[in-house]
Design a protein around this ligand. Sequence first.
Ligand code: SF4
Length: 347
Amino acid sequence: MVPESVGKYAFEVGMYRPPSEGGSFSLLLRFTRNCPWNKCTFCGMYKHEKFSLRSVEEIKWDIDSIAALINDMASLSRELGHDGRIDRDTIVAMIGKEPGLNTSHEFGMVLNWLSSGGKTVFLQDGNSLMMASDKLVDVLTYLRSTFPFLERCTTYARSKTLARKPQAELTAIRKAGLDRLHVGMETGDDALLKKIKKGVTGEEHIEGGKKAIEAGFQLSEYWMPGLGGREDWENHARNTAKVLNAINPHYIRSRPFSPWPGTPIHDAVEKGTLTLLSPLETLIELKLMIETLNVTSKVCFDHAGNSWVNRNGRLLFTQSYEGYKFPEEKVRVLDLIEAGIEHLEGQ
Ligand code: SF4
């Protein structure tokens, strides 16, 4: 929540967004609060928070607040003789008028968004598709008409919710201006999905993913190298590739597993029922997954956890949000993995 002192410019922002939305300085708009599922054993993001829907009025209020902030800064700029440009002098003058903005994290976020072109928006929190479809269409339409210069609007979604939504509703949401969905698939292995309490099967991942693509969304699927530990690594690698092959999403993003203190999976590691993979073992798992992959997706390593290095101490993979285009660059990725394995075996 923003402090009261920013008055009519107050709007609500949540905590999390995918790495690619940070890199493009997306505007963060909170459509729902926290996660409606909140049971995954590895996830601590919303652990102590309760899920709630926000009303259409609340979300439109936030959009209006941001629009007012931008319009008022542009007017101030013109008064200063700066042609409506939101430059340093304008920002200083704006803070002079509304001192609470000086310490507002949200104000900084809007300025970063504008300075990077104001092109992209990310809708928070964990699963915006929990909103009734007609309400989601309503606020998306309002968002697009308020900021007609937007080029991309994305959000998190669960496969289960996608699988349950009627196809026509997904298509309507897509047409109203939601472009890309980030789905936490984690693994395609049914036994591991059950163990981590993902609340979804490999088949449901496939169904949800296919429906999203059919509706016209760009689909970004996240998987977690190392999630199964030594106990399940092989099934994890093979079945993740199998499910991804069936979906063929636009993006496959690797977010390596690291136990989050306070989560059940962290306790499992402490008790010794889950044995963490070493960096070398994780690369061997990654090799098997990539070898089994038969897709036309972009395979990305844009999360900071993809920290393997080569013998020169440089990152093994680019952390570009566009990653490596498959199948064209599959051999290249396998060569990079091999170089990483050789480096770690030689240590
Ligand atoms: S669905 Fe996503 S946000 Fe919710 S508990 Fe699982 S990983 Fe966390």
